[in-house]
Design a protein around this ligand. Structure first.
Ligand SMILES: Cc1ncc(COP(=O)(O)O)c(C=O)c1O
Length: 274
């Protein structure tokens, strides 16, 4: 993974290999910052509007200053031009700035697409379940820079020989993965946990609901035990970076393979213009 370009509000394009964040920025000190990650296909940031809307919503819930959407769009364009790579990953950060004299600051980072995605898609993900309990209503569904739990859960899953973690809520209900939403299929119905559980409203999840409906699937959102996922006809995750990724096992229990994940991946790629 390479950081190809970095743009900072008020400064423009800066050296991606030089320090650029103040040590007393609250996003660093306490993890109170909002962020987004999205893919760029053929030079076009995919569903940028939806990501910026979610950034605004996260910032409001974190009680950060209002996101300056128009200048952020311009910053994304500048960063993409500086990176010069038509297919890449953009990360947008919105921080409150320094403790003394706070100035909200945006950072736009451009990096290359992870090179193992198609290999992962071909073999499918194995998941390791992690009980996290109830998501606090105060910050449920917010994409904040407090991702330590998510990242440690991925590390723990890998230490146990899996690829990724699966978060379970109170009573063992399925929530989401640390950086993606979860889905499974039974016959022609696709199931995915309800946003009422405090999970992130994935932009890809929203796009996949549309694609699935067009393909003739029913989509059901609710509160489901893990057993439903493990005994499904097939399972998969969705996220901006990994798109639609089949799941082949949870806690070493194999899950059947199916066609829906592949159909949805093709349908999603159509939406991207690819
Ligand atoms: C916790 C969590 N759930 C779900 C997702 C998937 O969201 P999206 O489809 O917008 O990438 C992400 C992605 O960042 C995430 O961090």
């Amino acid at each position: 993974m390479t950081l190809l370009a970095l743009a900072v509000s008020g400064r423009g394009i800066v050296d991606p290999n030089a320090p650029s964040v103040f040590a007393d920025d609250e996003a660093f000190l306490r993890g109170r910052g909002a962020f987004e990650t999205l893919r760029v296909y053929g030079g076009r940031p995919f569903l940028l509007g939806a990501h910026l809307e979610r950034l605004e919503a996260s910032a409001a819930r974190l009680r950060l200053p209002l996101v300056e959407v128009a200048s952020l769009r311009a910053l994304v364009e500048d960063a993409l031009e500086a990176a010069g790579l038509p297919d890449c990953v953009v990360r947008i950060y919105w921080t409150p700035g320094r403790e003394v004299d706070p100035q909200p600051t945006a950072y736009v980072l451009v990096r290359d697409v992870p090179d193992d995605l198609e290999e992962l898609r071909a073999r499918g993900l194995s998941l390791f379940s992690v009980l996290v309990g109830e998501v606090s209503g105060l910050l449920g569904g917010v994409k904040s820079t407090s991702y330590a739990l998510n990242m440690v859960a991925v590390d723990e899953a890998k230490r146990r020989g899996a690829d990724d973690a699966l978060f379970l809520g109170s009573g063992g209900v399925v929530l989401e993965c640390p950086t993606s939403n979860t889905w499974w299929r039974r016959d022609q119905t696709l199931f995915t946990p309800s946003l009422d559980l405090g999970i992130l409203a994935g932009v890809t999840r929203g796009a996949v609901v549309e694609v699935a409906t067009e393909l003739g699937y029913e989509v059901a959102e609710g509160v489901y035990p893990m057993e439903n996922l493990v005994t499904a006809d097939e399972a998969f995750t969705t996220s901006s970076v990994r798109e639609v990724m089949p799941v082949v096992a949870v806690d070493e229990r194999p899950i059947a393979a199916g066609q829906a994940a592949q159909e949805l991946q093709i349908g999603l790629r159509h939406l991207t213009g690819g």
